[in-house]
Design a protein around this ligand. Sequence first.
Ligand SMILES: *[C@@H]1O[C@H](CO)[C@@H](O)[C@H](O)[C@H]1NC(C)=O
Ligand SMILES: *[C@@H]1O[C@H](CO)[C@@H](O)[C@H](O)[C@H]1NC(C)=O
Ligand SMILES: *[C@@H]1O[C@H](CO)[C@@H](O)[C@H](O)[C@H]1NC(C)=O
Ligand SMILES: *[C@@H]1O[C@H](CO)[C@@H](O)[C@H](O)[C@H]1NC(C)=O
Length: 413
Amino acid sequence: MFVLFFGLLLLAALPTRQLEQTSDSGQAKPAPLAFDADGTFHISIFEDLHFGENAWDSWGPKQDVNSVKVIGQVLDAEPQTALVVLNGDLITGENTFRQNSTHYVDQIVQPILDRGLTWASAYGNHDSDYNLSRSHLLEREHRWSSSRTTRMVHNDMAGVSNYYLPVYAADCQSDCTPELLLWFFDSRGGFLYQQRDPATGDRVGQPDWVDASVVDWFRQTNQQLVDGAGKPIPALAFVHIPTSASLALQKKGLDAHRQPGINDDVPVAQQGDGPCIDGTAAGGATCEQDVPFLEALTSTPGLMALFSGHDHGDTWCYRWDNATLPDFPVAGNGLNLCFGQHSGYGGYGSWIRGARQVVVSLDKLADLAVDTYIRLESGDVVGAVTLNATYGQDVYPATPNDKTKCPTCRYNR
Ligand SMILES: *[C@@H]1O[C@H](CO)[C@@H](O)[C@H](O)[C@H]1NC(C)=O
Ligand SMILES: *[C@@H]1O[C@H](CO)[C@@H](O)[C@H](O)[C@H]1NC(C)=O
Ligand SMILES: *[C@@H]1O[C@H](CO)[C@@H](O)[C@H](O)[C@H]1NC(C)=O
Ligand SMILES: *[C@@H]1O[C@H](CO)[C@@H](O)[C@H](O)[C@H]1NC(C)=O
């Protein structure tokens, strides 16, 4: 499995290095996010777009054209979209050229700009490679004030796309408490920009989990926001690589009517996949490097769901209750862990392209419940569920395992 390959190429020792610091462009930011007058806030999540594959072949550029179409078709079918989330692997970094590796951003955001929308990214493992730098990617995004992606944790280890966005009530004038927080986490991975191991000449890997400094920042920042609000604030989170809890839930078993979705990527390739950073657990065992991250998420009151990509063949949501995984090191506390839908024509797999939609409504937020479904490029909707207290018991239609038919595409013959 393609994703596993990259997960396993992890470093034995951490390199010492300096990553470039992003100089924010100082460009005018878009107006803060707000609920619509009808009390809803609609998010469209595109993941694993994988632009820039095989620029030297005829099929590479063609699949980017197809991916732009997917974004446009989904957004046209979802006219209430208030925010587009690009949940990682925007670009297939290992296929890019140093002089223009970030230019694919221009193609990705065009259908978003055409519709007057704004976007927010969480970068993926393929967004870092020898010729592609995460901070350069952010700089490219910042050519447009419609990018809400930013960097709130500044150190060499944290990755780049760690930040939050508040969402306010429709009638907020100023000094309002956010109704909703959107957290974006950088699960890193891939390879460091322009670095080679001097001994082997190989690319230098980057850890593929959310860094401890980001976990600290999240805990502190959330506490400040909660103190300011005087109460927990409902929240959603986005990260490209799923956590080890998703793997444990998959091992426990899915029910096609209670966790509807495709479940073809078995086992889940998760954060911290590969040898442990201290060299222990060799021979295929993995380290649960994401335990501090999971502890922080599950102990944050109001945090309803974490949305990931990375495993193109997994599209389900699972409500992780305390009793679900009694032997896991972290208690789930009802956090929903969701995959989206492979959106790009680039990247492995021929599962029908689409994008997970999230509809947050103020009346359901009182019960910390949200609606979500997948809008396919065909226009169909699959996997519509309500992530509420009885998700996991409620019975829904199973999701059909449809494929894109595209005889000239790389992965769909
Ligand atoms: C980047 O440069 C390569 C090599 O010249 C070219 O094939 C490719 O189309 C370029 N990509 C973009 C997005 O400009
Ligand atoms: C990086 O980009 C350079 C310049 O375009 C190109 O010659 C080289 O093949 C690329 N290297 C990798 C590892 O992709
Ligand atoms: C789940 O477990 C955590 C940690 O032990 C605990 O704080 C929390 O109250 C539990 N939640 C429920 C719903 O029992
Ligand atoms: C959760 O949502 C489902 C589907 O709308 C509904 O049937 C169920 O009653 C809801 N559960 C709760 C506790 O509201």
